[in-house]
Design a protein around this ligand. Structure first.
Ligand SMILES: *Cc1c(COP(=O)(O)O)cnc(C)c1O
Length: 241
């Protein structure tokens, strides 16, 4: 049977889903936070639809895909039910239209050009589109994201566009040798999040701080993450595409 090839991934998920949720809760408690403040997004790139649907049946409530084509290939087969589906990868402006009505949030808003296209598509569809602003917190050339010094102006300018709502910030920090470096990146993200919230800008709600992946979600939670995005610790190591 076809399904046998997925057995290992089902088993991996079964063994790790409860563990990861438990560790998220413990990390929150350890830093004096309420575990309910931290949600889990499963990063499902390369994970077959059958396995994702199984994970949803076991209680997974949020998934994130990072390639438009892969999302579209999977979308009709996903049994999302009440599971939230978000977009977490770099997004080209000409592909925004394919996401409208499919994802509840675009976490990778990183340019005015993209903001304008999201606004245009939102208005065409008569919807509000939720976004997070991605911050290039490590100022890395090969990564997307708004540079920290441009963040405040960017948020104000993008939020003024009709049809677009900014719900928070997202970041993928550089690989760090020392945990102190990692804490510094996550802490400055949290500070931006707090500072932007204090400005009370129209159409800006800082209620999601999306940071932390399999290797660093505990540190991210200690610094205030409200959403962690976890792939390989839930589904096993990804094969190269
Ligand atoms: C793949 C991915 C993740 C999860 O990475 P893991 O290290 O497998 O947990 C998180 N965020 C984004 C944007 C991703 O593309």
């Amino acid at each position: 049977m076809m399904e046998n090839s997925f057995d290992e991934q089902y088993r991996y998920f079964d063994e790790n889903f409860a563990v990861i949720r438990q560790e998220i809760a413990e990390a929150a408690l350890k830093s004096g936070r309420n575990p309910d403040e931290v949600s889990l997004l499963a990063a499902t790139k390369t994970v077959p639809v059958q396995v994702i649907n199984y994970a949803i049946s076991q209680g997974l409530t949020c998934i994130g895909e990072n390639r438009v084509q892969e999302l579209l290939d999977k979308y009709e087969l996903l049994q999302l039910g009440s599971c939230d589906c978000q977009f977490i990868g770099q997004l080209q402006t000409n592909k925004v239209k394919y996401l409208v009505g499919k994802v509840s949030c675009i976490q990778s808003l990183d340019s005015m050009k993209l903001a304008e296209e999201i606004s245009r598509q939102a208005n065409r569809a008569g919807l509000m589109i939720n976004t997070l602003v991605e911050v290039n917190i490590g100022r890395e050339e090969n990564k997307g994201g708004v540079l920290p010094e441009e963040l405040f102006d960017f948020v104000s300018e993008a939020a003024a566009l009709p049809g677009l709502q900014i719900n928070g910030l997202m970041a993928i920090p550089p690989i760090c040798e020392k945990s102190t470096e990692l804490y510094a990146y996550f802490s400055s993200m949290h500070q931006y999040y707090v500072d932007i919230r204090a400005k009370k800008i129209d159409n800006v709600n800082m209620n999601c701080l999306s940071m932390g992946m399999s290797s660093d979600y505990k540190e991210a939670i200690a610094c205030g993450a409200t959403m962690v995005r976890i792939g390989s610790s839930l589904f096993g190591k990804r094969k190269l595409r």
